[in-house]
Design a protein around this ligand. Structure first.
Ligand code: PNS
Length: 160
């Protein structure tokens, strides 16, 4: 069975992430979206909220499941019995960091390969950080994130 993990912060999930999820799910038997519990960062959404949003926007893709994880991605990949890490590349600016991560992960576990998918051009400028910034200043984020996420971001920002 060909199983891959797409790890990330997903704070929140964007159309760019969703595009990578849909396309990589077509390449494997099972795709596990791994939502990082990162104690070093203060995300806008709790890990439970991020997992729930991802589950809602991927519920129609039968071979995708969403799970939270902490620690190293390679350990989570191993625990899932997967052999691939999926990551999206938006632009050359992503490349250095992604290459460094892929080499680091590969040096820690030689059985795991990273598959890079180039983000659909129409989403290449979107990031969770930009989405939060636009929403914070009252801008329209409907072109950046799925409908269900729009309301949650606005709600969260109002609470802050
Ligand atoms: O969505 P992000 O924030 O770009 O995802 C980054 C992520 C979660 C893939 C990366 O930070 C990660 O793998 N973190 C877990 C810790 C780890 O494995 N670090 C070693 C890889 S350099």
């Amino acid at each position: 069975m060909r199983r891959a993990v797409y790890p990330g912060s997903f704070d929140p999930v964007t159309f760019g992430h969703l595009d990578i999820i849909e396309r990589s799910a077509n390449l494997v038997d099972e795709l596990i979206v791994g939502v990082l519990i990162n104690h070093a960062k203060t995300p806008l959404f709790s890990v439970e909220e991020r997992v729930k949003m991802l589950q809602e926007v991927t519920h129609e893709i039968s071979n995708v499941r969403v799970e939270a994880f902490s620690g190293l991605s390679v350990d989570f990949v191993k625990q899932c019995n997967a052999n691939f890490i999926v990551r999206g590349l938006r632009a050359t600016t992503d490349f250095e960091y992604e290459l460094q991560m892929a080499h680091t992960n590969r040096s820690m576990n030689q059985t795991i390969d990273t598959l890079f998918l180039t983000t659909n051009l129409k989403y290449a400028y979107i990031s969770s950080t930009i989405v939060k910034e636009v929403a914070f200043y009252g801008g329209d984020i409907t072109h950046f994130v799925p409908e269900v996420v729009v309301g949650r971001v606005q709600e969260k920002i109002r609470e802050k």
